[in-house]
Ligand binder design. Structure first.
Ligand SMILES: [Ca+2]
Ligand SMILES: [Ca+2]
Length: 273
């Protein structure tokens, strides 16, 4: 289920550099995003990571305010069906995507995205915490994570989230019968909570001892507010200019070059929380 991009995708990625390169100053960067579920065994899992590389304009939610449709589509369903369109409307040039499927404790997944560091230096993310009705991880500040500088240098090597960083969207009352990732639950049903977005994972207690959709019994006993639960790691490689590509013999050469650069660039950068 979790895999690195297949070779065919890697070739398309390289070819995509032609589209991004062009205007003077544009810097196409291949950013690989790796997610890890660090939570205690049999505790929280996560829906796919929804992410965007943008200019720092799109702000999906605010602490203390009622959750809008964009963040609700992550918090209640994990799908981001309203989050992606809202992001695109605010920032038509942003690079948007997803990583992984249902990420159970100990699991990892990754994906690679082409980012123009001349305009899209900020990283925005959201993922539903499961099982739940409306819990999620995400950045409140649209400019909280500047990932790249104008030259495409990576400024953040990883983002680590603790259980205390789980948001309750305040939009749906906790009820296993209406929850995602609970065996027998119907996530399409909901009872409005009419609250506001705030840090809280208290609603997880409603699911303790229940069987999850992945088949494990949900166990909260080892999860504390200071437990690391999720890590997003980054590596970046500059994409060759079109003229450079034209001099290379065959599409597979730059793919291999990208792989080596990615490994080389992933060393020695500081941890960021
Ligand atoms: Ca905000
Ligand atoms: Ca809630």
């Amino acid at each position: 289920m979790f895999h690195r991009i297949p070779r065919a995708s890697a070739i398309c990625l390289t070819a995509g550099a032609f589209a991004l390169s062009g205007p003077a100053g544009a810097a196409a960067i291949a950013v690989t995003v790796t997610i890890e579920n660090l939570a205690p065994v049999n505790s929280v899992s996560f829906a796919p990571l929804r992410l965007g590389f943008g200019n720092g304009t799109f702000d999906a939610f605010n602490q203390g305010q009622s959750a809008g449709a964009a963040i609700v589509s992550i918090a209640e369903g994990g799908s981001a069906s309203a989050w992606f369109p809202a992001f695109s409307a605010a920032e038509p040039s942003a690079t948007l995507g997803s990583v992984g499927g249902a990420l159970t404790p100990g699991s990892t997944a990754s994906g690679t995205f082409l980012v123009d560091s001349a305009i899209n230096r900020f990283f925005t993310f959201g993922t539903m915490v499961i099982p739940s009705n409306d819990l999620f991880l995400g950045n409140d500040s649209a400019t909280g994570f500047q990932l790249l500088d104008a030259d495409g240098n990576l400024l953040i090597s990883s983002i680590v989230q603790r259980a205390g960083a789980i948001w309750d969207a305040g939009s749906e009352i906790a009820d296993p019968a209406n929850a995602a990732f609970v065996a027998g639950g119907n996530n399409g049903l909901r009872t409005p909570q009419n609250g506001v977005v705030g840090f809280s994972f208290n609603e997880l207690s409603a699911f303790n001892g229940l069987t999850t959709a992945a088949g494990y019994g949900f166990d909260l006993s080892a999860l504390a507010a200071d437990s690391d639960i999720y890590r997003i790691s980054f590596s970046a490689s500059p994409v060759p200019e079109p003229t450079t590509l034209a001099l290379m013999a065959g599409a597979l050469v730059p793919v291999g070059w990208l792989g080596r650069r990615r490994r080389a660039d992933s060393r020695g950068t500081p941890r960021h929380e």
